[in-house]
Design a protein around this ligand. Structure first.
Ligand code: PEP
Length: 249
């Protein structure tokens, strides 16, 4: 069984003082023994987050990376740079990157490969829009996004992936997928992984994301194929984030 993982995605929020608050609280927290924790912070906070979280069990992650290793790409940030600043994970294919920044499956695969080359664990986000769900296309869309990445990786690279199912209609909307809806998609993802490699399917953490909060986390995390959460809004409040971590124990 995968070790549960609770990962916070701060998006373009937070401050250096919030980094310090989280560093102190996570270092002092009595977290469940079988739990991995990560905070995905904006680029400028990576180094401070790595320093403040060094005494805690939380890993530091970034929210995207360039699809190039280096060169004339003004404004871009490479996986190597993230690694140098203390990141060990990176989000790839978050729905905000897919919709607002035009990252399609090809761009997502290129970033997953760059992350792996740099020694970062890619946290691959998958999810359908409300229109796709209403048209009963959710499973096809999500498994298509997954297949596009699996097809471009070898078996060893696939073992490094963490997958987050994040229905787009549940992100930042306060409208959470029901535990049954989330479980059904997680089971479909697990079955698709097993069709490639049984051991991979058993070992890969599958996170749910989309308005997960302190008061709904326990029901979602109790589902057999939900191994953790990717938390947006609620990861900016330390008490809420710690309460979600406790629910995953
Ligand atoms: C996210 O951005 O990955 C997310 C799940 O956001 P929220 O929890 O705010 O819906």
């Amino acid at each position: 069984m995968p070790t549960p993982l609770i990962a916070g995605n701060w998006k373009m929020n937070g401050s250096l003082s919030l980094v310090e608050t989280f560093g102190r609280a996570l270092s002092d927290a009595d977290l469940p023994p079988q739990l991995d924790v990560a905070l995905m912070v904006p680029f400028p906070y990576l180094e401070a987050a790595a320093r403040s979280l060094a005494g805690s069990r939380a890993a530091v992650g970034a929210q995207t990376l360039s699809d190039q290793a280096s060169g004339a790409y003004t404004g871009e940030v490479s996986g190597e740079m993230l690694r140098e600043l203390g990141a060990s994970l990176v989000l790839v294919g978050h729905s905000e990157r897919r919709t607002l920044f035009g990252e399609d499956d090809t761009a997502v695969l290129a970033r997953v490969r760059r992350a792996l080359e740099a020694g970062l664990r890619p946290l691959l986000c998958l999810g359908e829009t409300l229109e796709e769900r209403d048209a009963e296309r959710s499973e096809g869309v999500v498994l298509g996004q997954l297949d596009a990445v699996l097809a471009g990786l070898d078996p060893v690279q696939r073992q490094q992936l963490v997958v987050a199912y994040e229905p787009v209609w549940a992100i930042g909307t306060g409208r959470t997928a029901t535990p049954e809806q989330a479980q059904a998609m997680h089971a479909a993802i697990r079955r698709r992984l097993a069709s490639h490699d049984e051991a991979l399917a058993e070992a890969m953490p599958l996170l749910y994301g989309g308005s997960m909060k302190a008061d709904n986390a326990a029901d979602l995390l109790a589902q057999p194929d939900i191994d953790g959460g990717l938390i947006g809004g609620a990861s900016l409040k330390i008490d809420d984030f710690l309460a979600i971590c406790q629910s995953a124990g």
